[in-house]
Ligand binder design. Structure first.
Ligand SMILES: Cc1ncc(COP(=O)(O)O)c(C=O)c1O
Ligand SMILES: N[C@@H](CCCC[NH3+])C(=O)O
Length: 379
């Protein structure tokens, strides 16, 4: 990124390196194709149209969690037959959007939801394709707020409900079961949880076969983590290792398609948040670097104590100091990092917060009547 250009821009702004995005997408695609795996991009990570465009161009499908995400995916040109619609609380209106567009599958999370989809499909004289989102009770070993595959989580159908579901399904004439869906959590950096997921999926897949229920696709969800500590050394996650684990441990039956829903791993590292230092305030134990960006632009540190690498782009000092890097928002949790080591920092310096391409811009808010932020792209 050209420093002189940055200095001309109004801060804070989101910055996307579209070349890195493309490189990441290519790498994911090549490694998935080795095993004929299909990737649906999880729109929730970033719904910016300039990010969605190349993802669609490269032939990825879409994974959506709201009616508006389905509509955004369609607007950008994702084929309806490549759109999966997940979410624990789909409204009737949102379900109708999926039905009207004949999407790939509704990933269903409760018996009640399946019954409602059946009713709404019947009213339109359609057959809705559904996948059952099963709770595999596998620990993702990640932050508790981004773990989704444990029995205590709200997500998915628990194993003790399965008998009841397969009794009910044949009575629902406007539903066809096509797949099984799983997602154990996000920012998973060890391959062990994915191996454990495969073992559990094999058991459940076999159980369905024993009940003579044909399952056409297995959707293993997303969750592959990125290197927030050293984003410049490791900008692209190890897709080869990730898909290799599934190839090694998953035992699909012949003709079963394998799908994934990756979000963060595809888009996180191509994005950053650029901000300017408003003030340096001397504290008792530490100095505060007060930025013009806050939790309204990047909420991850405030709600998950997430680490993001922070860099002073413009300081020419040879000295380094420790700073609590904070925002202007009227909340004590509005802090991007404590005791962050930066080159000596002063008012007017430009600060880069790395790896904000996933769950950054999409989670921004207007709290304190903050203005929408500009976005700059490097092609
Ligand atoms: C059902 C589902 N699929 C896919 C994703 C995407 O996850 P990630 O961004 O970790 O790849 C999520 C988010 O955790 C999710 O809840
Ligand atoms: N928003 C979370 C990820 C949630 C994934 C969706 N289930 C994050 O920033 O890490």
């Amino acid at each position: 990124m050209n420093l002189e250009n940055i200095k001309q821009q109004k801060t804070p702004f989101y910055y996307y390196d579209l070349a890195l995005l493309n490189e990441t997408l290519e790498d994911a695609k090549i490694n998935a194709q080795k095993y004929n795996y299909h990737i649906h991009y999880a729109l929730k990570a970033n719904t910016n149209t300039k990010i969605l465009q190349p993802i669609k161009e490269l032939g990825f499908g879409a994974d959506c969690v709201s009616g508006n995400e389905v509509l955004r995916a369609l607007e950008v040109g994702f084929a309806p037959a490549e759109i999966a619609f997940a979410g624990v609380g789909k409204s009737d209106e949102e379900i109708n959007i999926g039905l009207d567009n004949d999407i790939f599958a509704f990933n269903c999370e409760s018996i009640e939801e399946i019954e409602v989809i059946n009713e709404l499909a019947k009213a339109k004289n359609k057959i809705a394709k559904i996948a059952l989102r099963l709770n595999p009770n596998v620990d993702a070993k990640t932050h508790k707020y981004i773990t989704t595959g444990l029995e205590e989580n709200k997500f998915g159908i628990n194993s003790w409900e399965l008998e009841n579901i397969i009794d009910i399904l044949p009575k629902l004439e406007n539903i066809v079961l096509t797949g099984l869906h799983f997602h154990i959590g996000s920012q998973i950096t060890s391959m062990t949880p994915f191996k454990n997921l495969c073992i559990r999926v094999n058991e459940l897949n076999t159980w369905f076969k024993e009940q003579n229920i044909e399952i056409k696709h297995l959707n293993l969800g997303g969750g592959l983590g990125i290197d927030y500590n050293e984003p410049e050394a490791n900008p692209i996650p190890d897709f080869e290792l990730f898909f290799g684990v599934f190839n090694q441990f998953l035992e699909p039956f012949p003709h079963q398609e394998i799908h994934f829903e990756l979000g963060r791993s595809l888009v996180a590292n191509c994005g950053s948040l650029i901000s300017k230092v408003l003030y340096i305030k001397k504290g008792i134990k530490t100095n505060f670097a007060i930025l013009d960006a806050g939790m309204t632009e990047l909420i991850r540190p405030a709600i998950y104590q997430a680490y993001h690498n922070i860099e002073n782009l413009t300081s020419t000092s040879n000295e380094v100091e420790f700073y609590d890097v904070v925002g202007p928002i009227c909340e004590s949790s509005d802090c991007f990092g404590k005791r962050v080591q930066l080159k000596e920092t002063k008012r007017g310096d430009f600060i880069k917060i790395h790896s904000t391409g996933a769950y950054g811009e999409v989670m921004s808010s207007k709290y304190n009547l903050r203005e929408p932020n500009p976005v700059i792209y490097k092609d």
